[in-house]
Design a protein around this ligand. Structure first.
Ligand SMILES: O=C(O)c1cc2cc(O)c(O)cc2[nH]1
Length: 456
């Protein structure tokens, strides 16, 4: 029965906007304390923008404005409204409201984790949460840095620091009450990407907010962290050390597998990780553009008696869904094979214009819910029914209020959570700061499936 709008923001705001920065030897915390608590005032020169870089951006934008006369353009060469990008921006600001575009939304026991990838300057913290008990009744709650502000602090000199998080796209919670995410280690400022430190997998214990594990992804696996925008974790609650993480790389179009037990990672390549050349022509929020994102989202089916499960995946610029068994991925030797035989299989097409960012399998019903970018909503497929276009349903659609669903997750209370963030308008045009641009939606899975072809 559709989705319920729980939060909406014209612009995002934070409890700690980064106006006080951590003393490098200081305490951890959310920045709520007084001077002397391990924080000091941000120095006036403490900025991550250099005037020559700003000038470079302006020059390149002028170039793209001249050469791109039709509004079909790639994400990396956007036709940007430069006035809007630096609207009211003081380059010394640790917080530039306009530049904060939320991406991920994951709920666990009263905290909604909201990510803010650092794709522009002025983002105080990339990993955040909303305290639902305290702020859940507000329509536009402020974000708390997670696990604290210090861990999210971006030092203006960009030193590599394994205690800090640079940029996070999406998070997931596993069966062992742990939060997993990838720090891409990269600032993705237009025309000026900086790999500050190696990309890393982080695992945080949600019972005490302590970091349990950090694994730096070696260069032998991937050059940069740029395409590491999501992570799926395969673990049985009674064997927490035996976890495997599956990581799609939308840029290099590979699938990485990380074994927690062995602290090792290996990489699969396959044609099915590529985008469909026709699937990348998109029209969203009044913008027409072409993207080439490959394998993007991975979700895990129910356990079979042998302890393995179906791993569902899709490229974003595509309408096709694929599957592989977890037994294939968990065996490192399989990654080295040049011919994967029938290990990876296409399930079929969802139909034209059904490109999806994230999807999530509901363990109880066997229904996959997927965020649809061209249809501004949520689709569904009950995996107990054949994969055919007729067996795909529509849970919700709203061309005005659901522009660009950037994340979709299911929590342990059987609720779907979805973020819509108007991303194409931000990239190719200008967001209106006087209207609601970002929304979080929620619905119980059974309610969502009701009155659709996905209902059991
Ligand atoms: O999460 C996404 O939608 C996403 C992240 C990301 C990073 C990147 O460098 C791209 O070129 C595309 C992209 N999509």
């Amino acid at each position: 029965d559709g989705m319920i709008e729980v939060f909406g923001w014209k612009q995002m705001d934070f409890y700690n906007r980064g106006d006080r920065v951590p003393n490098e030897n200081g305490n951890r915390g959310d920045g709520g304390g007084a001077v002397g608590d391990g924080y000091k005032k941000r120095p006036p020169s403490g900025t991550i923008v250099f005037p020559d870089q700003l000038h470079g951006l302006l020059e390149s934008d002028k170039r793209s404005k001249r050469t791109v006369d039709k509004r079909i353009t790639s994400r990396d060469d956007p036709l940007i409204n430069i006035e809007s990008r630096f609207q009211n921006a003081d380059t010394n600001d640790s917080y530039i409201p306009y530049n904060n575009v939320p991406m991920g939304a994951t709920h666990y026991k009263g905290r909604l984790f909201v990510t803010m990838p650092r794709r522009r300057i002025g983002i105080p913290s990339t990993l955040n949460y909303i305290d639902l008990l305290k702020d859940g009744k507000q329509y536009s709650p402020k974000l708390h840095a997670y696990p604290d502000f210090e861990t999210n602090y971006l030092n203006p000199n960009f030193p590599a620091n394994p205690k800090r998080i640079i940029s996070v796209y999406r998070t997931t919670v596993d069966a062992c009450k742990r939060l997993w995410f990838i720090d891409t280690g990269m600032l993705e400022y237009p025309d000026n990407r900086t790999q500050v430190q190696r990309p890393a997998i982080w695992v945080i214990d949600l019972s005490n907010d302590q970091v349990l594990h950090r694994f730096e992804i070696p260069e032998s696996i991937v050059d940069t962290g740029r395409g590491l925008a999501s992570i799926a974790v395969d673990v049985f609650e009674r064997a927490c050390n035996e976890a495997f993480a599956y990581i799609p790389d939308l840029l290099y179009r590979q699938l990485y597998v990380f074994s927690l037990n062995d602290n090792r990672m290996w990489a699969f390549s396959h044609n099915y990780f590529n985008f469909d050349p026709l699937g990348g022509d998109l029209q969203i929020g009044g913008q027409t553009f072409r993207w080439d994102d490959g394998i993007f989202s991975i979700t895990l089916g129910s356990y079979a008696p042998d302890g393995y499960r179906t791993v569902y995946f899709h490229p974003m610029a595509s309408n096709t869904e694929f599957e592989v068994d977890s037994s294939v991925l968990q065996n490192e030797a399989n990654a080295a094979r040049s011919d994967h035989g029938n290990d990876f299989r296409p399930l079929g097409s969802r139909g034209d214009n059904h490109q999806s960012t994230m999807h999530s399998y509901d363990q109880k019903s066997g229904i996959i819910f997927y965020a649809e970018i061209q249809r501004n909503g949520i689709g569904c497929w009950n995996t107990n029914k054949p994969f055919s276009a007729q067996n795909h349903g529509t849970v919700a659609q709203d061309a005005q209020r659901m522009i660009y669903p950037s994340d979709l997750t299911i929590d342990d209370e059987d609720n779907i959570w979805m973020m819509t963030n108007s991303m194409p308008i931000f990239i190719y045009s200008t967001l209106d700061p006087n209207v609601v641009n970002f929304r979080v939606w929620k619905q119980n899975v059974n309610e969502a499936a009701k009155n659709t072809v996905c209902a059991p």
